[in-house]
Design a protein around this ligand. Sequence first.
Ligand code: ADP
Ligand code: MG
Length: 699
Amino acid sequence: MKELEINHVYKDYKLGNKSKFNALNDINVAFEKGELVSIVGESGSGKSTLMNLIGGLDSDYSGEIKIGGIDLKTFKEKQLDDYRKKKIGFVFQSFNLIPHLSILDNVTIALTLSDVKESVKLEKAKTILKKLGLENQLKKKPTQLSGGQKQRVAIARALINDPDIILADEPTGSLDSATTLQILDIMKEIADDGKLVIMVTHSEKVASISSRIVELSDGKIIRDEKNEKYKAEIKETKLVEENAEKLEPKKEKHLSTYSSIRLSLHNMWASRTKNFLMALGVTISLISMILMLAFGSGLTSYIDSLAQSYSSPTIVTVSKSTGSAENPMGAIMDLISPTPYADGEIETVVNDINTYLDENYSDLDFRIDPSQLDYGYSTLTAAAGMGGNASATINFDVNGQEKSSGIFYLYTTPPYYTEEQLLAGSLSGSPTQDETTGESIGQIMLSPKIAEEMGLENIEDALGKIVTVKVSYSINNIPISINEKCEITGIVDVNMFATSLVMYVDYDYLASLVSEQGATLSPTSFYIHTDSESTTDIINNYLSTTEGYTGSVENQMASMFSEMMSTFSIALAIIAGISLIVAMIMILVVLYMSVSERTREIGVLKSIGARKRDIKKIFTTESFLIGLFSGIIGVIFSAIVGGLLILLFNSLLGFAPLTFHWYYFVLALGLSVVISVLAGLYPASKAAKLDPVESLRHE
Ligand code: ADP
Ligand code: MG
């Protein structure tokens, strides 16, 4: 049995217009181990076509090609990959080394595809490169070698797996005559080691050194001669050590993830500028996405905390409401000029809330006790057009001079205010008696703005001052005219939306002043003291579903604002998402172009025995890494930019409306990886599907 038998092989190339081109026409030939065969013939006579068939790169032929008695046609794709990897070594005219890999990595690539241990790879490569005189070139890149050196590297690569057949397509075609002789010597040595070497050549001189010459013409063998002068020299040491793995077939191993990452990193480094620019595009999208999310949640939680700081966790303020998310002006009007409750209305609301609690929170101990409510009243006093004919002033004397200031809002003091709200003093409530005159002296608190109007340097200086308060307006058409002596006992800033001229008085005190005038003060809000924060939340949530009533106006404004903000920030994040899609298309284009740039490399890998899956893995790994790196850079830059923005806002505004949640970064990193891998899928599968013969022909 011969090593290689070719029987009645025909090969047609399909041409575009349904016609065919017959490249091989009934080839019958057989070769034995140890032969150094030269295939000669004019250009276009079918030499390369024959080599590709023997090498298992092209399976589209008719006839029989038997290796060790087994017909190649019986091989499945997997076996054919394995055949190229283990049985065949390819050497090309244009060397076809992988430019971004070192000499060492180029030589060991076939072993890498079989996941051979690093130490074994190094030892094998060193031994063979030493025999070929390249032991000092391991670390160099292919471009740093001469033509002869490159071809010796390619021969080392072909020999590394100890194949039985070496196929060399014009190996000396690009070399000068001195180098040609060196390469021929090596080829002869390989044949003398007992391998079958088939070499395509143009030069009769090269052919004359081989053991056999086969000449092709128009796809037919027209000459097949043995060279009688040829003598095999059996050497003591072989060029390649016998492959131990071949003797005891192990479980098949393939390209490891580690190696595929290494290969990808080498290639990414080789085109680092391109990759960096691509990563930059992704990075910018990620940064804008993270910042938009951070602003959205930062502003919302800032407003929330502002509202929180103005409300007690265990008090629900219930006001009549005409505002809603659809009618924000209504909410503002509620704030400026609240509507008083009608007779019996408060009892109805309390009953409704208690019924709601009975129905939905029967386990909850808390029910509202109508006798435990506090009441509040507020009105706009200054603007005659808005609040009717109201007006209010306080008169005070500064160094004996009578002065006055208008008051815009009249508030009753709420049952609760925080440290932040109470700036100085306090309000005890009921009026006191002047010891000498027996006059009743009321107590008021003022907003900081009024202290300022009084021409006081420190707001504390207002405390203890006696002023005359004049209020005139009407309730239910009953004119109210208040003229009272009052002591300023506190400076307070209760309402987040009303920091201007505000006067606060005790509810009962105001009610008594009003009733002295023959009218009845109807509250504009009432306060429920709850047992816990969660009860407060339950009641506030309930109120937000009712029409006509609201929990604290601040809460209402805050929830309206956060509703608006979350819609807004989702819109912004979608814009950032679109820029991510643009980045994804960019990655796709770059990877796609890289497939065509690397067509030859893919052909080489296939000729060495890379499976489709291996090629796919290399490209997918690369897109994964691009995503990972872009994501990491994006996250780092977002953190830096975010930190700087926080510093900037803090120094400008005293607070930073950005909140960075850790999951924004995880989301960004994840998205970056996912879109890159998705973008890489198509180029990777295109690369895997490339036809090896065409790839190798690719310029
Ligand atoms: P050689 O290597 O002897 O120069 P080839 O084997 O490359 O010749 O080509 C043999 C013939 O087949 C040539 O005429 C060439 O034009 C033709 N041929 C090679 N590849 C293709 C192909 N993919 N499609 C069509 N014709 C091809
Ligand atoms: Mg050719």
